[in-house]
Design a protein around this ligand. Sequence first.
Ligand code: DAH
Length: 344
Amino acid sequence: MEQILQQIAIYQADIAAAQATDANALEEFRIKYLGTKGIVKVVMGQMKDVPNEQKREFGQILNAFKELAEQKYDDLKLQAQAAPAQAQANTPDFSLPGHPLHMGSLHPLTIIRNKMVDIFKRLGFAVAEGPEIEDDWHNFGALNLPPNHPARDMQDTFYISQNPDWLLRTHTSNVQIREMMKGKLPLRVVMPGRVYRNETISARAHCFFHQIEGLAIAENISFADLKQTLYFYVREMFGQDVKIRFRPSYFPFTEPSAEMDISCLICGGKGCNVCKHSGWVEILGCGMVHPNVLTNCGIDANKYTGFAFGMGIERVAMLKYQVKDLRLFSENDVRFLRQFAGAV
Ligand code: DAH
């Protein structure tokens, strides 16, 4: 009798401590205590051995034990049902949409450069690049700017202090020379790249910027080919309604030389700050390749002619995206750069 009561006390403690973390644990508890061969049944079976005078008291204890086990089972059932929800709260739900990733975007100058290059590619131009650290001959001499030529002052040059024959190229025209020196004609190529000039940095000028150079050399190339090529470029780049004008100009490496203006994209030609109230913006320099340049590159200037052009990329990006300050392109401010996300 004493023994049974002690045993019941142990079971009671065990029941109190029972946890049902999931359906399996719940079922285990049920089988252990309430099953057909469960502890409650076994304990109840002891009744027959209890002396008659104690049956009443003992019966109450056993009934209370049975109720305890049943009550606990009901509690555990509720607990087990709630468990999956709780577990879910603690583990990630992989079906939820993720936090949006910030996709990188192309730099606006890259976007514009790609657009420009693509237009010329459609006209059959190849693409080439050349070095940014250049020697005097490729950047100046071969382009018909011998030492002490006054036109060298048109571009403020960064020289490499260890060797004054080396410099940071002031334009992409150096790649013209490198392409012509390869000796493969005819030639039709555009040459994008970064160039450097010793200029004070401001909203309108920088010590480095980007250009695209163009060059076509063949027999019988004329100024008409140059104009037609550039007309096509402008219409593709800026639309059919943009007006174009050529002005005579001077570059040592072209003869004749011209500059090309387009009607201002900001004010449509009416006059504004961007076009300095003229209605026009200059977008490139061009001309027929000077015979001296052809000769310098080993090309027979009596047989071959060619045209060349060079244009800034920043200027076009500023017009297209209405960027007022050139410095934004090189400051890497993500608030600026993110605005071009998704653009191609
Ligand atoms: N290299 C000139 C500059 O940076 C631009 C230029 C003008 C390039 C006329 C050319 C050209 O190829 O024919 O100002």
